[in-house]
Write a protein that binds this ligand. Structure first.
Ligand code: ADP
Length: 510
């Protein structure tokens, strides 16, 4: 299949969160499964590994004609595909079928330093910027020659018009509208399909109604973009995309209600055309090969995990004791429910445990973390800041991972925890409910604890069971760790699910 993934963020070139991670990781795995995959994202700055293709297009928006240029990354796909000719040191843009090509749309409005805004807030022309990305993204599939049509062919061809556009969040939600309003009536992209990925339905791209005129489409499309008298880009995608895919099945259900932030009824109206696919986790989070941890370990041989615990205790200056070591890593945002942990902290600190929190964000929570450490030097540490290496060492060395999020579209840390035998205690919301199953020793099931109500009582209750199990039932504990560690949370599993959706939408128009 020909797959074009359009997004405001593609890691490692641009990333603020999960959106960038998904759009950075999924393409390579799809390519490894044999597809031709293009990503299109803005050229936010000069990328040393991306060259000018010389291809230009002109896009009419907000009453003017705008020139955009296309750049393409030189790096070959992360995973080679069996049977493909090696790319070697091929010149820019040359790709064998089955490879990922990363295209960057160049326009002065993208090159400002920020992705969505700066210290003064969101950029005032974001509607223009992301409408431009959407139009340029569609045309990239037809214009930018980056794929070799057949192995051994010298000439390059574009991805083509028989393509699945996998667009993401509100930034590229206008793609289905532009296909219907501009390109298909002109005879282009007749058989192209569209999939809208929902990473966070809380951001919708809402703009004043008068800005609709700048989008360069007839006013008969206004009802598709109108949400209570405002222009709402996410709504446009939700009603017009062939399929809508949230980042977990449970989140797909939740956005049909309150977590749809006003679009719930529209998500619900898609019925079976709305589904959820849990994100994958890359090989950098594998305790058997992780170079950042003190000792490797696996489900078959957990002995290295104790060495990791001792190393973590030493690094943080905690006593080398055999007590449950609890970890929490998060952006300190109200979404993450760290306040709920602070609520149960007085009780938790009466228990014989050690607790490490890594995070930054809310100044109030950062202050509470410092006070916690000050008041409980012998058992608690609050590390304020962003520290990737420490995040790995905490996942490896802790016994329990806490994730009391208010809402969580997918969540990654609980999946890392499962892989590292660090038993998660989570609030049963969004992807957390899909990935963590509460222990049921009578049926040899469960990988952690998922508490139902977002309350200190429910969190404390779950923690009580977790601590009791750690102290009293070590065999049960190890069995639970192993169940989590042997689950398949690879990107290949996710990519296979996306493959099925793409095949469906390509079949829709014959
Ligand atoms: P979200 O995308 O909402 O922040 P996820 O759980 O999906 O939440 O992903 C968070 C990612 O960011 C994880 O990889 C986590 O380890 C990382 N992370 C968050 N805060 C920190 C921090 N202070 N230091 C290191 N890594 C962090």
């Amino acid at each position: 299949m020909n797959i074009a993934i359009l997004a405001a963020e593609v890691a490692p070139w641009s990333k603020t969160g999960g959106l960038g991670d998904v759009c950075g990781a999924l393409p390579g795995v799809l390519a490894a499964l044999g597809h031709r995959v293009l990503t299109v994202s803005p050229r936010y700055k000069e990328y040393a590994d991306a060259d000018d293709t010389g291809v230009r297009t002109y896009i009419h928006l907000f009453g003017q004609r705008h020139e955009v240029r296309y750049f393409v990354a030189r790096t070959p796909a992360p995973e080679a595909v069996a049977g493909d000719a090696p790319v070697g040191d091929a010149p820019a843009g040359i790709a064998a079928p089955g490879e990922v090509r990363h295209v960057f749309v160049d326009h002065p409005s993208f090159r400002r330093g920020g992705i969505y805004g700066d210290a003064h807030g969101s950029y005032g022309d974001n509607l223009f910027r992301f409408a431009l990305l959407s139009r340029a993204g569609i045309e990239a599939a037809a214009l930018v020659p980056v794929f070799r049509p057949a192995p051994g062919t010298a000439d390059l061809a574009p991805l083509g018009e028989d393509v699945v556009f996998h667009v993401n969040d509100w930034h590229t939600s206008l793609v289905p509208l532009y296909l219907d309003a501009i390109y298909r009536p002109a005879g282009h992209f007749r058989r192209a399909g569209t999939v809208l990925g929902i990473h966070n339905a809380g951001h919708q791209g809402a703009f004043a109604a008068h800005q609709f005129a700048g989008l360069d489409v007839s006013s008969r499309w206004w009802p598709h973009t109108d949400m209570n008298g405002h222009l709402n880009l996410l709504k446009t995608g939700v009603v017009l995309a062939d399929r809508v895919v949230a980042v977990s099945p449970n989140y797909a259900r939740e956005i049909c209600g309150e977590l749809g932030f006003g679009l719930g009824h529209l998500f619900a109206s898609r019925g079976r055309e709305l589904l959820g696919i849990v994100n994958g986790v890359g090989e950098e989070w594998n305790p058997a090969t992780d170079p950042q941890i003190a000792a490797p370990f696996s489900a078959e041989d957990l002995s290295g995990k104790l060495a990791c615990k001792r190393a973590l205790q030493a690094e943080l200056g905690l006593p080398a004791r055999d007590v449950p070591l609890l970890a929490l890593i998060a952006r300190l945002d109200p979404q993450k429910g760290v306040d709920l942990l602070m609520e149960i902290l007085p009780w938790l600190m009466t228990q014989d445990v050690q607790l490490v929190i890594l995070g930054s964000g809310s100044a109030a929570l950062e202050q509470q973390m410092r006070e916690m450490e000050w008041n409980h030097r012998d058992k608690a540490r609050g590390w304020v800041g962003y520290n990737e290496g420490l995040a790995h060492r905490m996942e490896a060395g802790a016994d329990l991972f806490l994730m009391p999020s208010r809402f969580e579209p997918c969540g990654l840390n609980q999946i890392y925890s499962l892989r590292y035998g660090t038993v998660p205690v989570v609030h049963a919301t969004g992807g957390l409910a899909d990935t963590v199953e509460t222990l049921d020793p009578s049926r040899d099931r469960g990988t952690g604890w998922a508490f139902r109500s977002f309350s200190a009582g429910a969190f404390m209750d779950a923690m009580g069971w977790a601590l009791l199990t750690w102290w009293r039932f070590p065999d049960e504990w190890r069995a639970m760790q192993r169940r989590g560690m042997t689950q398949d949370w690879t990107w290949t599993r996710s990519a296979r699910a996306y493959e099925r959706v793409y095949a469906e939408v390509l079949g829709l128009r014959g």
